[in-house]
Design a protein around this ligand. Structure first.
Ligand code: NAD
Ligand code: DAU
Length: 337
């Protein structure tokens, strides 16, 4: 199978590309990525040179570039990861999320329709369900109640993708995953930011009371689930992918401090995120029942692997932090006091 991966230089996309190339189950992978601040070809340095992999530098919202790739590569399937993925950035500046998550997804769907692509997997998020009060958990029929420009743009793109099945019979499935963590995650997200600050003895900025709950999913477990949906998922269906590991943010931070041997005095309360979702909660029952997938990595083991990776890849962190990262970091945390 020839697969066009979008956003393959980002955190989850690079893990998926690495897995597909290493395990040799894809005949060819084409990675289409704009290389925004979050895209980094260093993330794929360990796959080496292989005729089974090709990188194309382009914007998914550029119709001419996208159609050129569909025409020359004739992919059998599209796995669509590319997105502006950070909630805080979408709050500071929503336009990039609308451009990529909505217009970019539309451009890809149109090209997939025109070039009669056999399979399209749209990668989405549990954030589209919004904040969920305990003890409820969202299944795939739960109402969409997105809170941030990021999650609203993802919810819109989910509906658009599903409409291409209903209207044009494009073979689309949508996945909605919970919070991922693991190696190569850009250090603007909670776990890599806290690890990287803890390793440098810097303050760990906790939004509000730190009691917001997220469900943690190890990135390779997520990628295995995506492969299963690609191969066994049904047209027009949505599949939740959760980590079965719901924890308040402060508990996650305490575990990071314990594993890095750093003091709790590094924890610093800062102003809350506007519109902050209190709790995400998913049920995986559909994916488990229909496809037989479940997460394999325990949180404590995954966190240890992740911390070891950040300790051993200090240069990678320094490089990604040297550019645009610092500007946003200063803007975001200066405003929070
Ligand atoms: P990321 O920010 O690490 O990577 C995004 C990638 O997309 C980067 O390589 C970037 O260069 C590329 N990109 C951005 N705009 C583009 C454009 N216009 N054209 C082409 N490439 C572009 O994101 P991630 O955390 O790996 O998330 C990947 C996908 O998974 C996203 O769709 C996100 O919504 C979804 N998701 C993420 C999580 C999570 O916890 N990180 C959880 C659930 C779902
Ligand atoms: O749930 C899936 C989503 O998870 C994905 O769709 C998004 O792409 C991904 O970014 C992530 O969104 P969150 O907003 O949940 O992730 P983030 O790492 O930004 O924040 C996790 C929690 O930690 C959230 O409650 C906010 C809090 N937080 C975050 C940062 C960066 C802090 O308390 N301090 C911080 O400095």
């Amino acid at each position: 199978m020839k697969i066009l991966v979008t956003g393959g230089a980002g955190f989850i996309g690079s893990s998926f590309v690495r897995m597909a190339v290493r395990e040799r189950w894809a005949e060819r992978i084409i990675n289409l990525d704009k290389l925004t601040y979050a895209g980094n070809l260093d993330n794929l340095r360990d796959i080496g040179q292989t005729a089974r992999y090709n990188f194309v530098h382009a914007d998914i919202a550029d119709t001419e570039a996208v159609e050129g790739i569909f025409a020359s590569e004739a992919p059998d399937a599209v796995i669509h990861f590319a997105a502006e993925s950070h909630v805080d950035r979408s709050i500071h500046s929503p336009a990039p999320a609308i451009h990529t998550n909505l217009n970019g997804t539309f451009t890809l769907l149109e090209a997939a329709r025109k070039y009669k692509v056999a399979r399209f997997v749209h990668i989405s998020t549990d954030e589209v369900y919004g904040s969920i009060d305990p003890p409820d958990e969202a299944d795939e029929t739960y109402p969409l109640r997105a809170s941030s420009p990021y999650s609203a743009s993802k919810a819109g793109s989910d509906l658009l993708a599903l409409s291409y099945y209903t209207t044009y019979k494009l073979n689309v499935s949508v996945t909605r995953a919970s919070n991922n963590y693991g190696p190569y995650q850009f250090p603007e997200k909670l776990i890599p930011l806290m690890i990287s600050n803890a390793l440098e003895d810097k303050p760990l900025p906790v939004y509000g009371d730190g009691q917001q709950v997220r469900d943690w999913l190890y990135v390779e477990d997520h990628c295995r689930a995506i492969r299963a949906v690609l191969e066994k998922g049904a047209s027009g269906e949505i599949y939740n992918i959760g980590g079965n590991c719901s924890l308040p943010n402060l508990e996650v931070i305490r575990r990071i401090l314990k594993l890095t041997g750093k003091p709790e005095t590094l924890v610093t309360r800062v102003a809350d995120r506007p519109g902050h979702d209190r709790r995400y909660a998913l049920t995986n029952q559909k994916l488990n029942r229909i496809i037989g997938w479940e997460p394999l990595m325990s949180f404590d083991q995954g966190l240890e692997v992740t911390i070891d990776w950040y300790r051993e890849n200090h240069e990678w962190i320094e490089r990604v932090k040297s550019g645009e990262y610092r500007l946003f970091y200063e803007l975001n945390y200066a405003q929070r006091g």
